[in-house]
Design a protein around this ligand. Structure first.
Ligand code: ADP
Length: 601
């Protein structure tokens, strides 16, 4: 069967007429009841891989998911498109529990969501055995592995499902895909020759940029201003910073709420809910704000400080743009952040310290680097972007301009490193090159070097950035605990004038140009969209969501609203053609949306 029926279900229920990459293959595995392990990035459409087949399978699909909030969102979204779903968790009232049991018994439930610790309780296994299970889904499957970033011991017990249901296909989904984690998932869960499907980890809709932190509030407001009325997350390293920045944003007239581990559970929950219901635009948070957020229309994520690893950055910035529409990921950094993390990691020793330092250096390399940011992220995870220009980062968009006399500047820096070879790290080298008279420079006689003050007209932060840019292009190398700089063979080629590095113009001079360029993805996703109508539809959606006490995205996603504001349907039949409008939503909402569209046009 497969293809034709699946497409029919996708269209009728969800309003989608094409697959995202690997969805078709993943769905086929579910229908054929073979085990599978599917690795797709956030926003890659993992849920539909098991939800669409669940509509066609005879019997109930069991979904294991780590967090109640994630389960609830999925269950709400499914019921909203007319697929009967339920979840069982500790927060249910006796009445809800009874209703759920009844629905399961009657055979109406297509998908049952359960937390891992509950599913392996002997009673619950008996319950499932009696009811029968057609397919088993393990979502966020990396939680099974020590090597992943969210290890949950209760996930390891899930292998028991295999013993109890030897003939039912087990399907695992995750966005984290190191080979180690992958093998660990397959082994720990006793998967039987699983079909492994791995998508590209790139998120082409995320527009990345990084800049030195100069005037933090102004820089944050600059990004916020590009996203009026849209949802965003601002990450800060400390709780104190969260509170102060949140107050400043509010004082500037923005709806912002804080989130950090120092707040009470109730306050945190209330703020998270306000965010998911669009009652606040901005959440200012420490990294405590994370898992459990699957709000699909987060349009920007700003980091006001550098995370300690690229893994952390990828995860946190990755909370933007889950709906596949463009989203902005801006990172503000300073050399001080590097020092801060180094101090925080101070008591680590041996191999752990070595690894932590390497991760920190890689992260700093991302900040100061001059190579396409999508490419750097891909390379970090052992992949390649496969194109030269991503059209979705500050460097490829040419927002961060390159200096014209890069060769001369690089030669001055590299000569400086040669004079100091073996004794100085980047900060100290920058001091000497910019003519510092600090005691430590003078006492070592480094103010007598011919390279002292050769870049005196530049700030030491700027020169420090250029040094990092040379490191990221492998013209210089940092070694040991103190990041002592050495010149590499290709650095020597620069001295000879045989190679020219890429060096960015300092941030101050380019800041005006930054705001002018839009990414290709942004242009494409707004093509033909009547923005005023889109705003009107968004306001309508917010009203409906508040009335129904539900997150706005369970009514329609932004992609669907944009398509409405593009096609401007006038009849229910045309409304059904909109991407993301299935039959139930057409019946439930066409009569509310069509008049607004008509009024507007
Ligand atoms: P993931 O779990 O991989 O992060 P989701 O399942 O949340 O991704 O899907 C991301 C977004 O893509 C959702 O808004 C979803 O409705 C949408 N989506 C999924 N499949 C399709 C499809 N075939 N066509 C269009 N949109 C899709």
């Amino acid at each position: 069967m497969a293809s034709a029926e699946l497409i029919e279900v996708m269209k009728r229920v969800w309003g989608y007429s094409t697959y995202l990459p690997l969805q078709e293959e993943a769905m086929a595995e579910v229908l054929e009841e073979r085990d599978s392990l599917v690795v797709l990035p956030t926003g890659g459409g993992k849920s539909l891989c098991f939800q669409a087949p669940a509509v066609l399978l005879e019997g109930m699909t069991l979904v294991i998911s780590p967090l109640i909030s994630l389960m609830k969102d999925q269950v709400d979204s499914l019921n909203a498109v007319g697929v009967t779903a339920r979840c069982i968790h500790s927060g249910l009232t006796p009445e809800e529990r009874r209703e759920t049991n009844e629905a399961v018994r009657s055979g109406a439930v297509r998908l049952l969501y359960v937390a891992p610790e509950r599913v392996v309780m002997p009673n619950f296994m008996d319950y499932l055995r009696e009811r029968g299970v057609a397919s088993i889904v393990i979502d966020e499957a990396h939680c099974v592995s020590h090597w992943g970033h969210d290890f949950r011991p209760e996930y390891r017990a899930l292998s028991r499902l295999r013993d109890v249901f030897p003939n039912v296909g087990v399907h695992c989904y995750t966005a984290t895909a190191t080979p180690q984690v992958r093998d660990d998932i397959a082994q720990s869960l006793n998967l039987r020759k699983p079909r492994v499907l791995i998508g590209s980890p790139d998120r082409p809709n995320l527009v990345f940029s990084a800049e030195r932190r100069e005037d933090e509030l102004a820089q944050v407001l600059g990004v916020v201003a590009r996203h009026p009325g849209e949802s965003g997350i601002v990450y800060c390293i400390t709780r104190k910073k969260v509170d102060s920045l949140c107050n400043e944003l509010r004082a500037s007239g923005h709806a912002a709420l804080p989130y950090h581990a120092g707040m009470s559970d109730a306050d945190r929950k209330a703020n998270q809910e306000a965010f998911s219901r669009d009652e606040t635009e901005i959440i200012v948070a420490t990294v405590a704000f994370g898992m459990g957020i699957d709000k699909p229309d987060v349009r920007f994520v700003i980091h006001t400080g550098m995370p300690k690893s690229v893994e952390h950055y990828q995860q946190e910035s990755g909370r933007a743009g889950r709906d596949g529409l463009e989203a902005e990921c801006r990172l503000l950094y300073s050399g001080g952040d590097y020092g801060l993390w180094q101090r925080l990691m101070g008591d680590q020793e041996g191999e752990a310290a070595e690894i932590a330092r390497k991760k920190l250096n890689d992260m700093y390399g991302y900040c100061t680097g001059v190579e396409c940011r999508h490419q750097v992220l891909m390379k970090y995870f052992g992949e390649s972007l496969g194109k030269d220009n991503c059209e979705a980062c500050d460097l490829c968009l040419g927002v961060g301009d390159f200096v014209e006399d890069a060769l001369i500047i690089a030669q001055k820096i590299i000569s400086g490193v040669v004079r100091l070879e073996g004794v100085a790290g980047p900060t100290y080298t920058a001091l000497v090159l910019t003519g510092s008279k600090e005691e430590r420079v003078v006492s070592k006689g480094h103010d007598q070097l011919s390279t002292w003050n050769v870049l005196g007209e530049n700030s030491k932060e700027n020169v420090r950035d250029w040094i990092e840019q040379l490191v990221s292009q492998a013209y210089l190398d940092k070694v040991g605990e103190y990041n002592i700089l050495n010149v590499t063979p290709s650095g020597m080629a620069v001295l000879r004038g045989d190679e020219t590095p890429r060096m960015l113009r300092p941030f101050e001079k380019t800041s005006k140009r930054r705001r002018e360029k839009a990414s290709a993805i942004e242009g494409k996703s707004w093509e033909g969209v009547d923005r005023e109508l889109f705003d009107a539809l968004r306001a309508l959606r917010k009203g409906i969501a508040q009335e129904n006490n539900a997150p706005a995205f369970t009514i329609f996603g932004d992609a669907a609203l944009r398509d409405m504001a593009r096609r401007k349907p006038t009849t229910p039949g045309e409304f059904l053609e909109v991407r993301g409008v299935g039959e139930k939503k057409c019946v439930d909402f066409a009569h509310l949306f069509l008049p607004v569209i008509e009024e507007h046009t």
